[in-house]
Ligand binder design. Structure first.
Ligand SMILES: [Zn+2]
Length: 100
């Protein structure tokens, strides 16, 4: 699968329905993050979840952010095991959400 932005053959993720490689996905996220910080676009719940994922990956998520993640747990994709785990959603609850 080709990346639809830079045309390498390594598209691994989908961003808004577009197949992109890891690098382009990161660049797009970073661009969006800056636009949010500068008040150019409004932050959505999904943006917030992606921000919190970044904090988890960088191993610097705070207790306050974990609590925030818990409060957003209804917005997390049922297949997103990492975020759901951090949000304190049990495996049984994950299965229930998947079958909803
Ligand atoms: Zn790319």
């Amino acid at each position: 699968m080709k990346c639809e932005i830079c045309s390498t053959d390594e598209a691994t993720t989908k961003s808004n329905g577009v197949s992109v490689c890891e690098w382009c996905s990161k660049a797009a996220k970073e661009t969006r993050r800056i636009a949010i910080e500068e008040g150019i676009i409004e932050e959505t719940t999904q943006d917030r979840l992606e921000y919190l994922r970044g904090e988890i990956e960088a191993e610097r998520i705070s207790y306050g952010e974990v609590a925030e993640l818990e409060s957003l747990s209804d917005h997390i994709d049922p297949d997103d095991v990492v975020l759901l785990l951090w949000a304190g959603v049990s495996e049984e609850e994950r299965e229930r959400r998947k079958n909803r």
